[in-house]
Unconditional design. Sequence first.
Length: 395
Amino acid sequence: MTDTPDPRQKLGDLAAAAGIRRIHMLAWRDLDDVEAGGSEVHAAEVARLWSEAGIEVVMRTSYAQGHPPTAKRDGYQVIRKAGRYLVFPRAAASEAMHRYGGRDALVEIWNGMPFFSPLWASGPRVVFLHHVHADMWKMVLPPNLARMGDTLERHVAPRIYRNSRMVTLSPSSKEEMLEIGFKDDLVEIVPPGVDAHFRPGGTRSATPLIVGVGRLVPVKRFDRLIRAVVEARRSAPELALTLVGTGPDRGELEALVEELDADSYVRFAGRVSDEELVAIYQSAWAVASASVREGWGMTLTEAAACGTPAVATRIPGHVDALAEGTSGLLADDQADLVRQLARIATDAPLRQRLTTGALGHAGHFTWDATATKIMEILVDEALGRPGLRRPGTRA
């Protein structure tokens, strides 16, 4: 009988073969930030697994409210300094001057605003770009700043990063990157994993329950989800909605619920623990997302691992995280979102088939696979790309 290889051992061996002992990661926000989302979870999981494999990892982010500037988490070092905007020049300057010591490789996490690592970093380097922000700019910034952000993303940054190895989450996100000038052979698709604590079990709600999870911000369009549930109740009168998460839109969303006289069946759960989130997924008849922009849609695969199918808008990211007709249903517009929510609430055989499909679909995604594939890309940069330093000489 052959023993199953230890994925941590594989990670450690990969890194050692390329002389990668210390990795620096640059990110906009830390996992402990009140506004942390999928990008921060992704970075934290990869850093944790690399650390468990014996690799020294330093993550540099902006200041997180209520948390010290330096900390240890899951074996890796976290440095939280500077505000939302100053973190970009300060982190780049610190790395250029080796303020936090030498590194054997660099990971830049580009979440809206890049750190422009091609202009100052040497040595093996990869860049995470989960999705193109596109129309998100005008949702979160004043018109002038939104135009600047869009111009930077579409016309300036792709030229600066033209020779950089990029990692994105889904085929549809890669397609959008290619449309704005990134090179096909330098963009790698590495889906995110699903943590093992997301699992089937618990108690399913006795009446139809839809769950929406995420930051309460404009791009997630929770207002559309609320309106869709209100409309779907014409076909499924007992349908209810629980929204999990915090954010600046909460006040407006609560006002909308009151305006629609939906207080009795729309609940705001706020920020919850990991255990509470699992229980909520397990109780739901479906998880739903009306978002207009996603790199993947991690809530869809988290819920799938709990045996809960999804109803989501047909957008890049969602079409990859959800196996249409197998793990959930995609909606083409607002009317279709209403129809699909009603279907999943009233069609028991459909719901059972999607539940089974969701569990099978979620099984394809593990954080071990994600962390290992990204390490393989870093190793390829260290050993295979011309013009980079050889192993053993730190940047």
